[in-house]
Design a protein around this ligand. Structure first.
Ligand SMILES: [Zn+2]
Length: 224
């Protein structure tokens, strides 16, 4: 079996991050830890944390760094993540979160942060054709729709085009993402933990590039 991995995957919305994270999690046999999925699950569960999350979102605010990191810390403490590692998706978003994560993992114990890069023009095209399941967040597109029209293959939920997937709204979100994550990318780069991976091409080709980046890092002896 391939050794596990401790990987952070960064990339703007529409860069194909979700798809790659699922494949990486199967390849390395580690959990795919997605903060988006965890927030959705928490809201549905009605747990104490879920109610907190719901209240923040109802006020139209972003869930705080601390709340997100609380969730991530809990998940990373579970046996599967402790034993083999994880693919972390959607976190860290800020340098503060990255610092908290580094402290959680003990220094040096993140193998690699992958920055999946796709030009804005291409992302705009992808996002405009995107369709999303309202229940589980599975994504589809005009060219790869669910098997049954507007019905999620995964959970049977309703598949929709998000109202905020207009070109102008997408452009605003992408600009915000760039502003927020530029310092984060610098932070990982300075620590020698960053790999830039070209996200243009078929999902297979992009997947092979990410695996190669991880293997390169292992060979240079920086990975456990
Ligand atoms: Zn679904």
């Amino acid at each position: 079996m391939v050794p596990g991995v401790r990987l952070v995957v960064l990339g703007k919305q529409g860069a194909g991050k979700g798809t790659q994270c699922v494949r990486l999690s199967h390849h390395y046999v580690v959990p795919h830890i997605s903060t988006g999925d965890m927030l959705r699950a928490a809201r549905k569960s009605g747990s104490e944390l879920g109610i907190k999350v719901q209240e923040v979102m109802d006020r139209g605010e972003l869930v705080s760094d601390d709340l997100v990191m609380e969730m991530v810390a809990e998940r990373l403490a579970e046996p599967d993540a402790r034993a083999r590692g994880f693919i972390l998706d959607g976190c860290p978003r800020t340098v503060h979160q990255a610092e908290v994560l580094a402290a959680l993992l003990n220094p040096g114990h993140l193998d690699l942060a992958v920055n999946l890069h796709v030009p804005t023009g291409l992302v705009l095209k992808r996002l405009a054709s995107r369709r999303v399941c309202v229940d589980c967040g599975a994504t589809y597109s005009v060219t790869s729709p669910p098997k049954v029209n507007w019905t999620c293959d995964v959970c049977g939920g309703e598949v929709v085009q998000r109202a905020d997937d207009t070109e102008e709204a997408i452009r605003r979100r992408l600009e915000l993402y760039e502003r927020q994550t530029a310092p984060l990318i610098d932070w990982y780069e300075r620590r020698g933990q960053l790999a830039h991976v070209n996200g243009v091409g078929s999902p297979d080709a992009v997947f092979r590039r990410i695996v190669r980046a991880v293997e390169d890092r292992r060979q240079r002896g920086r990975v456990r």
